[in-house]
Design a protein around this ligand. Structure first.
Ligand code: ADP
Ligand code: AMP
Length: 246
């Protein structure tokens, strides 16, 4: 399965990516994690990316695309993957389409949008903590480790991301609205988008994601003779969310 997660910073992409990738047995590829590893190791790529990341801006498309192109050519990604944090611009999405046509003679199977309001996203980002060893994502209130600042999984030290400071978060949300949100219409227009309500307990969101993927694929098989009506599934998810919030 070739799957993309889309949603604003703090929507829970990294959190859900770990569970969903395990469920569908594909590698999880997080461009943010790859950039952060390069920054930590002070590689040429990390040095190039760092200033953009610290400001909450996107790393330029050419740099990001080259990095993803190399990662998708690795053997573990040839039969499927879950992308977290890529694509983030329409040009990146277009290159991904071309790349898959070239290397796998196929396209994406599905794009899962995690739908969360901005004020919830801000609460999530302000308390996010990440393990230095395994990259597991915690939250000081919503998903705290047993011992503060220590990862339950491997005892690694937790850190707060530089770009989770309030002023940087505001910029990241603007960048999302301007550069990344157009991907929702881009993928809806291709009949690939399924949106889920990503609020509530982490396990509930995971279950919603898995159910949505199953329904989507079942519908895909039923309608294999013709294209989807653009955005219908996504609209259904948004309607369900609005009803739940009323
Ligand atoms: P993204 O990868 O989309 O930026 P993360 O997965 O890093 O988002 O999640 C951001 C923060 O929100 C983390 O601290 C995470 O623990 C927390 N979080 C994730 N999902 C939920 C949820 N369903 N409810 C509350 N907090 C959540
Ligand atoms: P994330 O971990 O997904 O929140 O990404 C952290 C930061 O890495 C972003 O704010 C960007 O600076 C950079 N980044 C990650 N993925 C991309 C991408 N696809 N395009 C451009 N910049 C990216």
């Amino acid at each position: 399965m070739r799957l993309v997660l889309v949603g604003p910073p703090g929507a829970g992409k990294g959190t859900q990516a770990a569970f969903i990738a395990e469920h569908v047995t594909v590698p999880k590829i997080s461009t943010g994690d790859i950039f952060r590893a390069n920054v930590t190791q002070a590689t040429p790529l990390g040095l190039q990316a760092r200033a953009y990341m610290d400001r909450g801006d996107l790393v330029p498309d050419d740099v990001t695309i080259e990095m993803v192109r190399n990662r998708l050519r690795e053997p573990d990604a040839l039969d499927g993957f879950l992308l977290d944090g890529f694509p983030r611009t329409v040009p990146q999405a277009e290159v991904l389409d071309d790349l898959l046509r070239e290397t796998a003679d196929t396209g994406l199977d599905v794009v899962l949008e995690l739908v969360v309001e901005n004020d919830e996203v801000v609460r999530r980002l302000s308390g996010r903590r990440t393990c230095r060893e395994c990259n597991h994502i915690w939250h000081v209130d919503f998903d705290p480790p047993q011992v503060p600042d220590v990862c339950d999984l491997d005892g690694g030290q937790l850190f707060q991301r530089e770009d989770d400071k309030a002023e940087t978060v505001a910029n990241r949300l603007e960048v999302y609205a301007e550069s990344t949100a157009p991907l929702v219409a881009y993928y809806a227009g291709r009949g690939l988008l399924v949106g889920i309500d990503a609020t509530g307990p982490v396990d509930d969101v995971t279950q919603r994601a898995i159910d949505a993927l199953r329904h989507f694929r079942a519908g895909e098989q039923r309608t294999a003779a013709g294209p989807f009506e653009a955005g219908t599934r996504h609209q259904a998810a948004v309607d369900a969310r609005d009803t739940a919030h009323r």
